[in-house]
Design a protein around this ligand. Structure first.
Ligand SMILES: Cc1ncc(COP(=O)(O)O)c(C=O)c1O
Length: 400
């Protein structure tokens, strides 16, 4: 075992079940551990490192910004945050942006904005929020409460009041749950941690109409599925349903911590000075990094690459499904794909790692594929060949 792991075990709090490798450097879609072993990375820091590693423009722009200044209080205007905001707003249905530092904070901001809006427009009791079962929205107290999975809530009660949960893609159940105190409905257009489950377009359209009728804030949590993952800049564009509010993080700055909540004007107006804040929100480095990511997605052919390679990877996974009875289903869009097996995937992921492929689970039985958005066909072939070999090994050894 690496000396680093021994040292890490002594000082890092025990909240993560970690793989026994220490990742030290990367290039493109490849990573190397502290012992020099090379890995093909289909994890990308959990859908974060959109441009992979060692992108020269990314490094140059961030370094140039660092030489000017790294941070100032958002009590002053900051150029990179304005420029990144302009790009996001010009390419979306939203009018205003609030910056923070993570996905949970972006969802938290959406919760606060929705409550302020509900109270302002419908009266003080209008503060209840409906979310989906099997959803994931983060690890703060409000966002574990918003998360529709009890395993993340266990041991942390009392939770926040005012949240209820309905079956994903079940419009009738949602309609029943809505009342005059409902200020917001929060939905991941593609549930990520819950196992790569896309929403049905018809469901999202019905929810949009309901929110219009009752003046409820429709929030899409695109922390995982946004910023090019699906082949569209925003996942809502793929489903052709516009939310009022969106939460973003992960890929937005390609690996520098950032979060953002965007809203249409009528909802954004509910926030007044002093209502919400974040010391690092709109940070120069994070927003400069975000500008590079957005420019490359929109003008550098990366969105097209996601569509093309996503289709290719999905076809390859469907071929695997035809070959192995243990594979139940292939789901997802773009480079956010899931392979549901009828067995736990933990051992498969570990053996892939030993053979030089990093992949992720999403729940017990789903293998998740969220590689850097710059991945090419040869790299997909290489990854799928390793996975195919490991599945074959499983089939032979366990008779699956
Ligand atoms: C949909 C969604 N929302 C929120 C979060 C929380 O993001 P963070 O870990 O940056 O707080 C995640 C993280 O996986 C996510 O997938």
């Amino acid at each position: 075992m690496s000396d680093w792991i021994e040292r890490g075990t002594k000082v890092i709090m025990n909240t993560y079940k970690q793989f026994p490798i220490v990742l030290e450097k990367g290039n493109g879609v490849y990573l190397w551990d502290s012992e020099g072993k090379k890995y093909l990375d289909f994890v990308a820091g959990i859908a974060v490192n959109a441009l992979g590693y060692n992108d020269s423009d990314y490094i140059q722009e961030i370094t140039t910004q660092l030489k000017k200044m790294q941070h100032c209080s958002n009590l002053y205007w900051m150029i990179p945050s304005i420029e990144l905001g302009e790009i996001l707003i010009q390419n979306s249905c939203f009018d205003k942006i609030f910056y923070c530092n993570s996905g949970a904070e972006a969802v938290e901001a959406a919760i606060k904005l929705s409550k302020k809006y509900g109270k302002k427009v419908h009266g003080n009791n209008c503060s209840k929020i409906i979310t989906m079962k099997r959803s994931f929205h983060g690890r703060t107290m409000a966002t574990i409460t918003a998360t529709g999975q009890t395993k993340y809530q266990k041991g942390f009660d009392p939770l926040m009041p005012g949240f209820s949960y309905v079956e994903f893609n079940n419009y009738n159940e949602l309609k029943e749950a809505v009342n005059e105190d409902t200020c917001a409905i929060i939905i991941e257009p593609i549930q990520g941690e819950g196992g790569i489950h896309p929403a049905e377009k018809s469901f999202l359209k019905e929810v949009r109409a309901l929110c219009d009728e009752k003046d409820i804030v429709l929030v899409f949590d695109e922390v995982q599925c946004g910023i090019g993952r699906t082949g569209e800049l925003f996942a809502y564009q793929l489903f052709d349903v516009k939310p009022d509010v969106v939460s973003l993080a992960k890929g937005l700055a390609g690996g520098i911590p950032i979060g953002a909540m965007l809203a249409v004007q009528s909802k954004a107006d509910a926030f007044q000075p002093g209502d919400h804040a974040s010391t690092f929100g709109g940070n120069h480095l994070a927003c400069t990094a975000g500008k590079v990511v957005l420019n490359k997605l929109l003008n550098g052919g990366i969105l097209e690459n996601v569509r093309k390679q996503g289709k290719y990877l999905k076809e390859k996974l469907i071929n695997l499904k035809e070959k192995y009875a243990m594979i139940k289903e292939v789901r997802g869009y773009g480079l956010m794909l899931g392979l549901e097996l009828n067995i736990p995937v933990k051992d498969i992921i570990e053996i892939c790692m030993e053979q030089g492929l990093l992949i992720l689970g999403a729940g017990e039985n789903v293998i998740r594929f969220v590689p850097p958005l710059i991945i090419n066909k040869n790299e997909i072939d290489e990854g799928v060949t390793i996975l195919d070999g490991v599945l074959q090994q499983f089939k032979n050894n366990k008779g699956l």
